[in-house]
Ligand binder design. Structure first.
Ligand code: HPA
Length: 273
């Protein structure tokens, strides 16, 4: 866990007096929320020794520390995917560094494909639970008990209290917020039609190539978690045209505005104790 301490120390030095309790991870094309953060310290991933570089278009690759809705946040603009060739444990090092910095809440966002006709592209889906179908896990390796238990429970991975809170905010702001189970597949290819049918039968409502590893690490660290997917397309075979990365980015941008409004309101309410 040497690398974890090294990452935390570099961020701590740059952060000055700021003590954010909440981290936000922004998914593909959802970086615009970061523009509304005030009084910022910005650290490029390339300037953090031990941080890999994010290689995906639409992921900027920087940490933004500042105030969102008068609450201090640490925001990852750009995330790491296992399909980029990163070891899953890299994600654990980063989340554990956040834990060392005093982060207690993790908000994760992503772009995802819908597995249900009732959840349309351009809509937002609150993640109520997940299925890890990737065949890997960011906690593989020796466990450091100071950070979390060897066999962490995932029974309440997406903090119920936060689910209730965001649903009531969505209602008040008249923003449609669907709910469902997110399935993590490794990628980088989009699914086959047969895979989409299988995922539907497994009880998943959306599919994507991220988020679950960060959530597993955050739950292991004792953090409270809120997850929201921006639905960018229907799964392969559910619509005429196969999904593309361009479509993913375009639909993401449309819904990103609603997501920003939701999260800004949520930040005013979050437990910062
Ligand atoms: N499949 C997997 N990941 C995705 C999709 C999809 O259809 N859309 C956005 N991310």
């Amino acid at each position: 866990m040497q690398i974890t301490h090294k990452i935390a120390e570099q961020i701590r030095i740059r952060m000055g007096q700021r003590r954010p309790k909440t981290a936000i991870i922004l998914g593909s094309g959802l970086g615009s929320l970061a523009d509304t953060i005030e009084d910022t310290v910005i650290i490029n991933y390339s300037d953090i020794n031990g941080f890999p570089q994010s290689t995906v278009q639409g992921h900027n690759g920087r940490l933004i520390i500042g105030r969102l809705a008068d609450t201090e946040v640490l925001c990852m603009q750009g995330r790491f995917h296992i399909y980029e060739g990163h070891q899953p444990q890299v994600i654990n090092s980063i989340i554990k560094a956040f834990q060392l910095l005093g982060i207690k809440n993790l908000i994760v966002t992503n772009a995802a494909g819908s597995l249900r006709k009732s959840i349309a592209p351009g809509e937002l889906m609150l993640i109520t639970d997940h299925i890890n179908l990737s065949g890997t896990n960011p906690l593989i390796g020796p466990n450091d008990d100071r950070f979390g238990p060897r066999f962490p429970s995932m029974a309440d991975a997406y903090t119920f209290e936060y689910q209730k809170k965001i649903l009531s905010i969505a209602k008040a702001l008249k923003i449609k917020l669907k709910q469902g189970v997110y399935l993590w597949t490794l990628g980088p290819n989009f699914e086959t039609k047969a895979e989409i049918k299988m995922f539907q039968r497994l009880g998943a409502d959306a599919v994507g190539m991220s988020t679950v590893p960060e959530v597993i690490c955050a739950v292991h660290s004792g953090m409270k978690v809120l997850g929201i997917s921006v639905i960018t397309n229907y799964g392969t075979g559910m619509q005429k045209n196969a999904p593309s990365h361009e479509e993913t980015l375009a639909e993401g941008q449309k819904a990103a505005q609603n997501l920003s409004r939701l999260l800004t309101a949520f930040m005013k309410d979050i437990d910062n104790g």
